[in-house]
Design a protein around this ligand. Structure first.
Ligand code: DX5
Ligand code: ZN
Length: 227
């Protein structure tokens, strides 16, 4: 599959999200990544379903909703109704992960499982055939602008190997510290969905930054470089 760029609005100006999304869409954004935090699973609070509903109205590309909340299963329906096309839940927070993944799929939404940096890849072994994508956190979740953890590259390789071994073509998504320096390594390791927050919205030109990251990712994947 081609490489997808998913700008994270966490680092955008929340008073002007429509403008931020329009800019990255002009730059070729494939998805918009929405970070949902509850102040319990992670030490930060962001947005809930009403904001996703509003974003859906102004966004042309699919919304990729990353739940960093306790009891994520209780909120799946609300985020699906709000217009999420993809929902990821953390393996560390789910007692009944298999049930939750299938509940997401039953709502017509792509189901992802996310792994914190300290969580071993084996934690997703039993759901390898149930997931539509796997999100490898390359920083500890909670904040934008953190430094990429280099170990994440080999972790992406391990996840890709586990999925391949299970006969799954589900893509690997990488989230945290992805920028012009780190994107090539994770794509070479097998990542095909790249989340970037501060590298895009911390740049004076989010449209150009999106375009540049997408070109760098395509080069690393050996795919045609978009113009
Ligand atoms: C962090 C979030 C990320 C965050 C990434 O907990 O899950 O999506 O926005 O931001 P950067 O790209 O700045 O590391
Ligand atoms: Zn995220």
């Amino acid at each position: 599959m081609s490489v997808l760029i998913a700008p994270s609005i966490l680092s955008a100006d929340f008073a002007a999200l429509g403008d931020a999304i329009a800019a990255v869409e002009r730059g070729g954004a494939d998805l918009i990544h929405v970070d949902v935090m509850d102040g319990h699973f992670v030490p930060n609070i962001t947005v809930g379903p009403p904001v996703v509903t509003s974003l859906r109205r102004v966004t042309r590309v699919p919304l990729d909703v990353h739940l960093m909340i306790e009891h994520a299963d209780r909120f799946i329906e609300a985020f699906a109704a709000a217009g999420a096309a993809m929902i990821s839940v953390h393996v560390e927070g789910m007692t009944h992960l298999h049930r939750t993944l299938h509940a997401i799929k039953a709502l017509g939404v792509k189901a992802g499982v996310a792994l914190n940096p300290a969580t071993p890849v084996v934690a997703i072994q039993e759901v390898a055939r149930d997931v539509d994508f796997v999100l490898v956190m390359s920083v500890n979740p909670g904040f934008g602008g953190q430094t990429f953890l280099p170990r994440s590259e080999s972790k992406v390789r391990e996840v890709r190997a586990l999925l391949d071994g299970a006969g799954s073509r589900a893509p690997v998504e990488v989230d945290g510290g992805v920028d012009a320096q780190t994107i090539g390594g994770v794509v070479a390791a097998g990542a095909r969905i790249l989340v970037a927050g501060s590298a895009i919205f911390g740049n004076a030109d989010p449209e150009g930054a999106t375009r540049a990251l997408k070109a760098a990712a395509a080069r690393a994947a050996g795919a045609p470089v978009p113009r």
